[in-house]
Design a binder for this molecule. Structure first.
Ligand code: ACO
Length: 429
Protein backbone atom coordinates (compact mmCIF):
# COMPACT_ATOMS: atom_id res chain seq x y z
CA UNK A 1 0.00 0.00 0.00
CA UNK A 2 1.44 3.38 -1.00
CA UNK A 3 0.49 6.94 -0.16
CA UNK A 4 1.32 8.81 -3.35
CA UNK A 5 -0.84 11.86 -3.82
CA UNK A 6 -3.46 13.85 -2.02
CA UNK A 7 -6.96 15.01 -2.91
CA UNK A 8 -8.37 18.44 -2.14
CA UNK A 9 -11.87 18.90 -0.75
CA UNK A 10 -13.38 22.39 -0.92
CA UNK A 11 -16.18 22.79 1.59
CA UNK A 12 -19.03 25.36 1.66
CA UNK A 13 -17.53 28.64 2.82
CA UNK A 14 -14.32 27.88 0.95
CA UNK A 15 -12.56 25.90 3.66
CA UNK A 16 -10.16 23.43 2.07
CA UNK A 17 -9.04 20.06 3.30
CA UNK A 18 -6.15 18.05 1.87
CA UNK A 19 -6.75 14.32 2.10
CA UNK A 20 -4.16 11.60 1.44
CA UNK A 21 -4.75 9.19 -1.45
CA UNK A 22 -4.02 5.54 -0.68
CA UNK A 23 -3.10 3.17 -3.52
CA UNK A 24 -3.43 -0.61 -3.17
CA UNK A 25 -1.20 -3.27 -4.76
CA UNK A 26 -3.61 -3.60 -7.71
CA UNK A 27 -3.68 0.17 -8.24
CA UNK A 28 -6.98 0.71 -6.47
CA UNK A 29 -7.28 4.31 -5.27
CA UNK A 30 -8.94 5.62 -2.12
CA UNK A 31 -9.27 9.07 -0.60
CA UNK A 32 -8.34 8.60 3.04
CA UNK A 33 -10.95 10.51 5.05
CA UNK A 34 -9.93 9.24 8.47
CA UNK A 35 -9.07 12.74 9.69
CA UNK A 36 -11.95 14.53 7.88
CA UNK A 37 -14.35 15.03 10.78
CA UNK A 38 -11.67 16.00 13.20
CA UNK A 39 -10.31 18.61 10.80
CA UNK A 40 -13.49 19.95 9.21
CA UNK A 41 -16.51 18.81 11.27
CA UNK A 42 -17.91 17.09 8.15
CA UNK A 43 -18.67 13.40 7.72
CA UNK A 44 -19.37 11.50 4.48
CA UNK A 45 -22.75 9.91 3.75
CA UNK A 46 -22.71 6.59 1.89
CA UNK A 47 -25.76 4.39 2.50
CA UNK A 48 -25.06 0.77 1.67
CA UNK A 49 -21.31 1.59 1.78
CA UNK A 50 -21.25 1.68 -2.03
CA UNK A 51 -18.10 3.83 -2.04
CA UNK A 52 -16.65 3.22 1.37
CA UNK A 53 -13.50 1.23 2.01
CA UNK A 54 -13.98 -0.02 5.56
CA UNK A 55 -10.47 -1.42 5.85
CA UNK A 56 -7.31 -2.30 3.99
CA UNK A 57 -6.99 -6.06 3.52
CA UNK A 58 -4.46 -8.48 2.05
CA UNK A 59 -6.83 -11.45 1.71
CA UNK A 60 -8.92 -11.23 -1.47
CA UNK A 61 -8.70 -9.13 -4.59
CA UNK A 62 -11.73 -8.67 -6.75
CA UNK A 63 -12.28 -6.55 -9.83
CA UNK A 64 -15.97 -6.39 -10.65
CA UNK A 65 -15.49 -4.84 -14.08
CA UNK A 66 -13.01 -7.45 -15.30
CA UNK A 67 -14.60 -10.40 -13.45
CA UNK A 68 -11.40 -11.15 -11.49
CA UNK A 69 -11.38 -12.93 -8.13
CA UNK A 70 -8.15 -13.96 -6.39
CA UNK A 71 -7.52 -15.39 -2.94
CA UNK A 72 -4.14 -14.23 -1.63
CA UNK A 73 -3.15 -13.56 -5.24
CA UNK A 74 -4.20 -16.96 -6.65
CA UNK A 75 -6.95 -16.86 -9.37
CA UNK A 76 -10.19 -18.52 -8.30
CA UNK A 77 -10.18 -20.61 -11.51
CA UNK A 78 -6.84 -22.24 -10.56
CA UNK A 79 -7.86 -22.91 -6.98
CA UNK A 80 -11.23 -24.39 -8.01
CA UNK A 81 -9.53 -26.71 -10.47
CA UNK A 82 -6.38 -27.72 -8.58
CA UNK A 83 -6.82 -27.11 -4.85
CA UNK A 84 -9.19 -28.52 -2.25
CA UNK A 85 -11.23 -26.78 0.41
CA UNK A 86 -8.88 -27.51 3.32
CA UNK A 87 -5.83 -26.22 1.44
CA UNK A 88 -7.74 -23.12 0.27
CA UNK A 89 -8.88 -22.49 3.85
CA UNK A 90 -5.26 -22.69 5.02
CA UNK A 91 -4.29 -20.25 2.27
CA UNK A 92 -6.96 -17.71 3.19
CA UNK A 93 -6.30 -17.88 6.91
CA UNK A 94 -2.49 -18.03 6.84
CA UNK A 95 -1.72 -16.07 3.67
CA UNK A 96 0.29 -18.81 1.94
CA UNK A 97 -0.19 -22.30 0.55
CA UNK A 98 0.88 -24.94 3.08
CA UNK A 99 3.95 -27.15 2.77
CA UNK A 100 3.32 -30.91 2.97
CA UNK A 101 4.03 -30.89 6.73
CA UNK A 102 1.87 -27.84 7.39
CA UNK A 103 -0.94 -29.39 5.39
CA UNK A 104 -0.70 -32.63 7.35
CA UNK A 105 -0.71 -30.84 10.72
CA UNK A 106 -3.69 -28.69 9.67
CA UNK A 107 -5.70 -31.67 8.37
CA UNK A 108 -4.94 -33.74 11.47
CA UNK A 109 -6.05 -30.89 13.72
CA UNK A 110 -9.31 -30.54 11.75
CA UNK A 111 -9.94 -34.27 12.07
CA UNK A 112 -9.22 -34.26 15.83
CA UNK A 113 -11.63 -31.39 16.49
CA UNK A 114 -14.58 -32.65 14.49
CA UNK A 115 -16.72 -33.79 17.43
CA UNK A 116 -18.97 -31.42 19.34
CA UNK A 117 -19.51 -31.76 23.09
CA UNK A 118 -22.09 -34.51 23.68
CA UNK A 119 -24.22 -32.12 25.78
CA UNK A 120 -24.70 -29.91 22.74
CA UNK A 121 -26.73 -32.65 21.11
CA UNK A 122 -29.57 -31.91 23.55
CA UNK A 123 -29.92 -28.49 21.94
CA UNK A 124 -30.83 -30.09 18.63
CA UNK A 125 -33.73 -31.92 20.29
CA UNK A 126 -35.14 -28.62 21.54
CA UNK A 127 -35.84 -27.27 18.05
CA UNK A 128 -39.05 -28.07 16.17
CA UNK A 129 -38.49 -30.18 13.00
CA UNK A 130 -39.65 -27.22 10.90
CA UNK A 131 -36.75 -25.02 12.12
CA UNK A 132 -34.68 -23.41 9.41
CA UNK A 133 -31.19 -24.92 9.70
CA UNK A 134 -29.63 -21.42 9.53
CA UNK A 135 -31.38 -20.56 12.81
CA UNK A 136 -30.02 -23.74 14.39
CA UNK A 137 -26.54 -23.24 12.94
CA UNK A 138 -26.15 -19.67 14.19
CA UNK A 139 -27.38 -20.56 17.68
CA UNK A 140 -25.05 -23.57 17.86
CA UNK A 141 -22.03 -21.58 16.73
CA UNK A 142 -22.72 -18.97 19.43
CA UNK A 143 -23.06 -21.84 21.91
CA UNK A 144 -19.57 -23.07 21.06
CA UNK A 145 -18.22 -20.04 22.96
CA UNK A 146 -19.97 -21.40 26.07
CA UNK A 147 -18.02 -24.66 25.71
CA UNK A 148 -14.72 -22.88 25.09
CA UNK A 149 -14.88 -19.98 27.57
CA UNK A 150 -11.19 -19.25 27.04
CA UNK A 151 -12.28 -17.83 23.65
CA UNK A 152 -13.59 -14.80 25.58
CA UNK A 153 -9.97 -13.90 26.27
CA UNK A 154 -8.51 -12.18 23.21
CA UNK A 155 -5.06 -13.51 24.15
CA UNK A 156 -6.13 -17.16 24.18
CA UNK A 157 -4.88 -19.56 21.49
CA UNK A 158 -6.49 -18.13 18.35
CA UNK A 159 -5.26 -20.97 16.12
CA UNK A 160 -6.98 -23.54 18.30
CA UNK A 161 -10.32 -21.71 18.11
CA UNK A 162 -9.90 -21.37 14.35
CA UNK A 163 -9.37 -25.12 13.98
CA UNK A 164 -12.28 -25.87 16.27
CA UNK A 165 -14.78 -23.66 14.48
CA UNK A 166 -13.69 -24.77 11.01
CA UNK A 167 -14.11 -28.41 11.92
CA UNK A 168 -17.16 -28.24 14.16
CA UNK A 169 -19.40 -26.06 11.97
CA UNK A 170 -19.33 -28.93 9.46
CA UNK A 171 -20.51 -31.35 12.15
CA UNK A 172 -23.18 -28.96 13.43
CA UNK A 173 -24.50 -28.39 9.88
CA UNK A 174 -24.83 -32.12 9.26
CA UNK A 175 -26.42 -32.78 12.68
CA UNK A 176 -28.95 -29.98 12.07
CA UNK A 177 -29.92 -31.66 8.79
CA UNK A 178 -30.25 -35.12 10.37
CA UNK A 179 -32.41 -33.63 13.10
CA UNK A 180 -34.65 -31.88 10.54
CA UNK A 181 -35.41 -35.18 8.79
CA UNK A 182 -35.74 -37.15 12.00
CA UNK A 183 -32.77 -39.45 11.38
CA UNK A 184 -30.13 -40.39 13.96
CA UNK A 185 -27.02 -38.25 13.79
CA UNK A 186 -23.90 -39.78 12.26
CA UNK A 187 -20.65 -39.11 14.06
CA UNK A 188 -17.66 -37.94 12.02
CA UNK A 189 -15.28 -40.62 10.75
CA UNK A 190 -11.59 -39.84 11.23
CA UNK A 191 -10.55 -41.85 8.19
CA UNK A 192 -12.38 -39.44 5.85
CA UNK A 193 -11.20 -36.13 4.45
CA UNK A 194 -13.03 -32.90 5.27
CA UNK A 195 -15.67 -32.89 2.51
CA UNK A 196 -16.08 -36.66 2.40
CA UNK A 197 -16.64 -36.63 6.15
CA UNK A 198 -19.32 -33.98 5.72
CA UNK A 199 -21.11 -36.07 3.08
CA UNK A 200 -20.86 -39.10 5.37
CA UNK A 201 -22.45 -37.19 8.28
CA UNK A 202 -25.18 -35.87 5.96
CA UNK A 203 -26.12 -39.01 4.03
CA UNK A 204 -24.96 -42.13 5.87
CA UNK A 205 -27.43 -44.09 7.99
CA UNK A 206 -26.44 -46.55 10.74
CA UNK A 207 -28.11 -49.50 8.97
CA UNK A 208 -26.00 -49.55 5.83
CA UNK A 209 -22.54 -48.87 4.47
CA UNK A 210 -22.15 -45.44 2.83
CA UNK A 211 -19.39 -45.00 0.30
CA UNK A 212 -18.61 -41.40 -0.56
CA UNK A 213 -18.66 -40.81 -4.33
CA UNK A 214 -15.44 -39.11 -5.46
CA UNK A 215 -17.49 -37.02 -7.90
CA UNK A 216 -19.68 -35.70 -5.11
CA UNK A 217 -16.66 -35.11 -2.91
CA UNK A 218 -14.94 -33.12 -5.67
CA UNK A 219 -18.13 -31.13 -6.35
CA UNK A 220 -18.47 -30.17 -2.68
CA UNK A 221 -14.80 -29.19 -2.55
CA UNK A 222 -15.24 -26.94 -5.57
CA UNK A 223 -18.48 -25.40 -4.34
CA UNK A 224 -16.93 -24.56 -0.97
CA UNK A 225 -13.79 -23.10 -2.59
CA UNK A 226 -15.92 -20.85 -4.81
CA UNK A 227 -17.74 -19.50 -1.76
CA UNK A 228 -14.69 -19.28 0.53
CA UNK A 229 -14.18 -15.51 0.46
CA UNK A 230 -15.44 -12.41 -1.25
CA UNK A 231 -13.74 -9.52 0.53
CA UNK A 232 -15.98 -6.98 2.32
CA UNK A 233 -19.42 -8.47 1.54
CA UNK A 234 -22.38 -8.06 3.91
CA UNK A 235 -21.65 -11.08 6.14
CA UNK A 236 -17.88 -10.55 6.25
CA UNK A 237 -18.34 -6.90 7.12
CA UNK A 238 -20.71 -8.06 9.87
CA UNK A 239 -18.07 -10.45 11.22
CA UNK A 240 -15.54 -7.60 11.25
CA UNK A 241 -18.01 -5.17 12.82
CA UNK A 242 -19.00 -7.56 15.61
CA UNK A 243 -15.38 -8.65 16.14
CA UNK A 244 -14.24 -5.02 16.32
CA UNK A 245 -16.04 -4.68 19.67
CA UNK A 246 -13.81 -7.43 21.06
CA UNK A 247 -16.45 -10.18 20.65
CA UNK A 248 -14.95 -13.67 20.37
CA UNK A 249 -14.54 -15.63 17.14
CA UNK A 250 -17.63 -17.83 17.67
CA UNK A 251 -19.91 -14.83 18.37
CA UNK A 252 -18.50 -12.91 15.39
CA UNK A 253 -18.95 -15.85 12.99
CA UNK A 254 -22.48 -16.50 14.31
CA UNK A 255 -23.33 -12.89 13.42
CA UNK A 256 -21.89 -13.46 9.93
CA UNK A 257 -24.09 -16.54 9.53
CA UNK A 258 -27.17 -14.46 10.33
CA UNK A 259 -26.18 -11.73 7.86
CA UNK A 260 -25.66 -14.38 5.20
CA UNK A 261 -29.18 -15.75 5.71
CA UNK A 262 -30.93 -12.85 3.93
CA UNK A 263 -32.26 -13.52 0.40
CA UNK A 264 -30.25 -10.63 -1.06
CA UNK A 265 -27.05 -12.33 0.13
CA UNK A 266 -26.46 -16.05 0.83
CA UNK A 267 -30.16 -16.81 1.03
CA UNK A 268 -30.35 -16.16 -2.72
CA UNK A 269 -29.42 -19.77 -3.58
CA UNK A 270 -32.57 -20.99 -1.83
CA UNK A 271 -34.59 -18.14 -3.35
CA UNK A 272 -33.43 -19.10 -6.87
CA UNK A 273 -34.74 -22.65 -6.53
CA UNK A 274 -38.01 -21.42 -5.01
CA UNK A 275 -38.39 -19.00 -7.94
CA UNK A 276 -37.68 -21.75 -10.51
CA UNK A 277 -40.09 -24.13 -8.72
CA UNK A 278 -42.79 -21.46 -8.77
CA UNK A 279 -42.29 -20.91 -12.50
CA UNK A 280 -42.38 -24.65 -13.19
CA UNK A 281 -45.51 -25.22 -11.08
CA UNK A 282 -47.35 -22.38 -12.80
CA UNK A 283 -46.75 -23.79 -16.29
CA UNK A 284 -43.09 -22.91 -16.92
CA UNK A 285 -43.96 -19.52 -18.40
CA UNK A 286 -40.56 -18.02 -17.64
CA UNK A 287 -41.00 -15.32 -20.28
CA UNK A 288 -43.96 -13.92 -18.35
CA UNK A 289 -41.95 -14.11 -15.14
CA UNK A 290 -39.17 -12.07 -16.76
CA UNK A 291 -41.73 -9.49 -17.92
CA UNK A 292 -43.02 -9.25 -14.34
CA UNK A 293 -39.45 -8.73 -13.12
CA UNK A 294 -38.87 -5.98 -15.67
CA UNK A 295 -42.15 -4.31 -14.70
CA UNK A 296 -41.14 -4.66 -11.04
CA UNK A 297 -44.45 -6.40 -10.36
CA UNK A 298 -44.68 -7.11 -6.61
CA UNK A 299 -41.03 -5.96 -6.48
CA UNK A 300 -40.00 -9.17 -8.18
CA UNK A 301 -36.33 -9.76 -8.94
CA UNK A 302 -34.62 -12.36 -11.02
CA UNK A 303 -32.95 -14.13 -8.11
CA UNK A 304 -29.37 -15.20 -8.75
CA UNK A 305 -28.84 -12.22 -11.05
CA UNK A 306 -27.01 -9.00 -10.25
CA UNK A 307 -24.20 -8.19 -7.91
CA UNK A 308 -23.05 -5.13 -6.02
CA UNK A 309 -19.51 -5.49 -7.33
CA UNK A 310 -19.54 -7.65 -10.48
CA UNK A 311 -20.86 -5.58 -13.36
CA UNK A 312 -19.64 -7.73 -16.23
CA UNK A 313 -19.70 -11.35 -15.14
CA UNK A 314 -19.19 -13.31 -11.92
CA UNK A 315 -16.23 -15.66 -12.49
CA UNK A 316 -17.70 -18.08 -9.95
CA UNK A 317 -20.94 -18.36 -11.96
CA UNK A 318 -18.94 -19.26 -15.06
CA UNK A 319 -17.23 -22.15 -13.26
CA UNK A 320 -20.48 -23.25 -11.68
CA UNK A 321 -22.42 -23.37 -14.94
CA UNK A 322 -19.86 -25.78 -16.39
CA UNK A 323 -19.77 -27.78 -13.19
CA UNK A 324 -23.56 -27.97 -13.13
CA UNK A 325 -23.61 -29.69 -16.54
CA UNK A 326 -20.82 -32.09 -15.53
CA UNK A 327 -22.31 -33.09 -12.16
CA UNK A 328 -25.83 -33.58 -13.52
CA UNK A 329 -24.61 -35.63 -16.46
CA UNK A 330 -22.37 -37.77 -14.21
CA UNK A 331 -25.26 -38.45 -11.83
CA UNK A 332 -27.66 -38.98 -14.72
CA UNK A 333 -29.96 -36.31 -13.28
CA UNK A 334 -32.29 -34.42 -15.61
CA UNK A 335 -33.58 -31.40 -13.80
CA UNK A 336 -36.32 -29.35 -15.50
CA UNK A 337 -35.30 -26.41 -13.31
CA UNK A 338 -31.92 -26.36 -15.08
CA UNK A 339 -33.66 -26.02 -18.45
CA UNK A 340 -35.77 -23.14 -17.14
CA UNK A 341 -32.70 -21.46 -15.61
CA UNK A 342 -30.71 -21.74 -18.84
CA UNK A 343 -33.57 -20.37 -20.95
CA UNK A 344 -34.02 -17.44 -18.57
CA UNK A 345 -30.30 -16.69 -18.59
CA UNK A 346 -30.22 -16.75 -22.38
CA UNK A 347 -33.07 -14.25 -22.65
CA UNK A 348 -31.85 -12.00 -19.83
CA UNK A 349 -28.35 -11.71 -21.24
CA UNK A 350 -29.81 -10.21 -24.43
CA UNK A 351 -32.57 -8.13 -22.84
CA UNK A 352 -32.02 -4.41 -22.56
CA UNK A 353 -33.39 -4.24 -18.97
CA UNK A 354 -30.74 -6.63 -17.64
CA UNK A 355 -27.96 -5.51 -20.00
CA UNK A 356 -28.39 -1.80 -19.24
CA UNK A 357 -28.39 -2.44 -15.48
CA UNK A 358 -25.37 -4.76 -15.85
CA UNK A 359 -27.21 -7.72 -14.33
CA UNK A 360 -25.50 -11.09 -14.88
CA UNK A 361 -25.83 -14.50 -13.22
CA UNK A 362 -24.10 -14.56 -9.84
CA UNK A 363 -22.69 -17.48 -7.83
CA UNK A 364 -26.16 -18.43 -6.62
CA UNK A 365 -27.84 -18.89 -10.01
CA UNK A 366 -26.53 -22.40 -10.63
CA UNK A 367 -25.26 -23.51 -7.20
CA UNK A 368 -28.75 -24.48 -6.00
CA UNK A 369 -29.27 -26.79 -8.97
CA UNK A 370 -26.00 -28.57 -8.16
CA UNK A 371 -26.92 -28.87 -4.48
CA UNK A 372 -30.26 -30.41 -5.48
CA UNK A 373 -28.50 -32.94 -7.69
CA UNK A 374 -26.20 -33.82 -4.78
CA UNK A 375 -29.29 -34.57 -2.67
CA UNK A 376 -28.97 -31.51 -0.43
CA UNK A 377 -32.41 -30.13 0.48
CA UNK A 378 -33.31 -26.54 -0.41
CA UNK A 379 -33.31 -25.16 3.12
CA UNK A 380 -29.74 -26.41 3.59
CA UNK A 381 -28.35 -24.41 0.63
CA UNK A 382 -27.49 -21.34 2.68
CA UNK A 383 -25.88 -23.59 5.29
CA UNK A 384 -23.62 -24.90 2.52
CA UNK A 385 -22.76 -21.32 1.65
CA UNK A 386 -21.94 -20.63 5.32
CA UNK A 387 -19.69 -23.69 5.46
CA UNK A 388 -17.84 -22.43 2.40
CA UNK A 389 -17.59 -18.82 3.61
CA UNK A 390 -16.22 -19.87 7.01
CA UNK A 391 -12.48 -19.61 6.16
CA UNK A 392 -13.10 -16.15 4.70
CA UNK A 393 -14.85 -14.95 7.85
CA UNK A 394 -12.08 -16.43 9.97
CA UNK A 395 -9.33 -14.87 7.84
CA UNK A 396 -10.95 -11.43 8.07
CA UNK A 397 -11.56 -11.74 11.82
CA UNK A 398 -7.91 -12.74 12.32
CA UNK A 399 -6.61 -9.96 10.10
CA UNK A 400 -8.69 -7.46 12.03
CA UNK A 401 -7.68 -8.74 15.47
CA UNK A 402 -4.01 -8.71 14.52
CA UNK A 403 -4.09 -5.20 13.03
CA UNK A 404 -2.94 -2.64 15.63
CA UNK A 405 -4.91 0.05 13.75
CA UNK A 406 -8.28 -1.67 14.31
CA UNK A 407 -10.86 0.51 15.98
CA UNK A 408 -14.38 -0.43 17.04
CA UNK A 409 -16.70 -0.12 14.00
CA UNK A 410 -18.97 2.83 14.66
CA UNK A 411 -20.40 4.74 11.67
CA UNK A 412 -21.86 8.21 12.07
CA UNK A 413 -25.22 9.46 10.77
CA UNK A 414 -26.99 12.58 9.62
CA UNK A 415 -29.89 13.12 12.01
CA UNK A 416 -33.21 13.94 10.31
CA UNK A 417 -35.59 13.74 13.28
CA UNK A 418 -37.29 16.35 15.47
CA UNK A 419 -35.38 19.25 17.00
CA UNK A 420 -35.45 19.41 20.80
CA UNK A 421 -38.98 19.49 22.30
CA UNK A 422 -40.13 19.13 25.87
CA UNK A 423 -42.10 16.44 27.59
CA UNK A 424 -45.80 17.13 28.19
CA UNK A 425 -47.66 14.90 30.72
CA UNK A 426 -50.33 12.67 29.11
CA UNK A 427 -53.35 14.57 30.58
CA UNK A 428 -52.14 17.83 29.08
CA UNK A 429 -51.58 16.59 25.51
N1 ACO B 1 -33.62 -8.61 -10.93
C1 ACO B 1 -34.21 -7.51 -11.42
N2 ACO B 1 -33.77 -6.25 -11.22
C2 ACO B 1 -32.66 -6.11 -10.49
C3 ACO B 1 -31.97 -7.20 -9.96
C4 ACO B 1 -32.48 -8.50 -10.20
N3 ACO B 1 -31.88 -9.58 -9.73
N4 ACO B 1 -30.89 -6.77 -9.28
C5 ACO B 1 -30.91 -5.44 -9.40
N5 ACO B 1 -31.98 -5.03 -10.13
C6 ACO B 1 -32.31 -3.67 -10.51
C7 ACO B 1 -32.94 -2.90 -9.36
O1 ACO B 1 -34.34 -3.01 -9.33
C8 ACO B 1 -32.47 -1.50 -9.63
O2 ACO B 1 -33.28 -0.98 -10.65
P1 ACO B 1 -33.64 0.60 -10.69
O3 ACO B 1 -32.36 1.29 -11.00
O4 ACO B 1 -34.66 0.69 -11.80
O5 ACO B 1 -34.19 0.95 -9.35
C9 ACO B 1 -31.08 -1.69 -10.23
O6 ACO B 1 -31.11 -2.99 -10.82
C10 ACO B 1 -29.96 -1.61 -9.21
O7 ACO B 1 -30.26 -2.53 -8.16
P2 ACO B 1 -29.78 -2.34 -6.67
O8 ACO B 1 -30.60 -3.19 -5.77
O9 ACO B 1 -29.68 -0.87 -6.34
O10 ACO B 1 -28.28 -2.89 -6.80
P3 ACO B 1 -27.38 -3.37 -5.59
O11 ACO B 1 -25.99 -3.32 -6.08
O12 ACO B 1 -27.72 -2.61 -4.38
O13 ACO B 1 -27.88 -4.86 -5.37
C11 ACO B 1 -28.06 -7.21 -5.36
C12 ACO B 1 -27.16 -6.00 -5.65
C13 ACO B 1 -28.65 -7.10 -3.94
C14 ACO B 1 -27.24 -8.49 -5.45
C15 ACO B 1 -29.21 -7.23 -6.41
O14 ACO B 1 -28.68 -7.34 -7.72
C16 ACO B 1 -30.23 -8.33 -6.16
O15 ACO B 1 -31.17 -8.12 -5.36
N6 ACO B 1 -30.08 -9.54 -6.81
C17 ACO B 1 -30.96 -10.64 -6.58
C18 ACO B 1 -30.59 -11.35 -5.29
C19 ACO B 1 -29.31 -12.16 -5.43
O16 ACO B 1 -29.12 -12.93 -6.37
N7 ACO B 1 -28.42 -11.99 -4.43
C20 ACO B 1 -27.14 -12.74 -4.37
C21 ACO B 1 -25.98 -11.80 -4.55
S1 ACO B 1 -24.48 -12.69 -4.62
C22 ACO B 1 -24.17 -13.09 -3.06
O17 ACO B 1 -24.50 -12.44 -2.10
C23 ACO B 1 -23.46 -14.27 -2.85
Amino acid sequence: MAEKQSAKLILPGGKESSLPVIVGTEDEHAVDIRSLRQETGYITLDSGYMNTGATTSAITYLDGEQGILRYRGYPIEELAEKSDFVETSYLLINGKLPTKDERKTFSTALTRHSLIHEDMQHFFHGYPPTSHPMAVLSAMVTSLSAYYPDSLDRNSAIDLHITRILSKVRTIAAFAYKKSIGQPIMYPKNSLKYCANFLHMMFAVPSEEYVVSPVLERAVNQLLILHADHEQNCSTSTVRMVGSSGANLYASVAAGILALWGPLHGGANQAVIEMLEEIKTSGADYKKFLEDVKNKRDNRRLMGFGHRVYKNFDPRAKILKKMCDEVLSHLGVKDPLLDIAKSMEEIALKDDYFVSKKLYPNVDFYSGIIYRALGIPTNMFTVMFALGRLPGWIAHWKEMVEDPQTKIGRPRQIYTGEKVRHYVPIDER
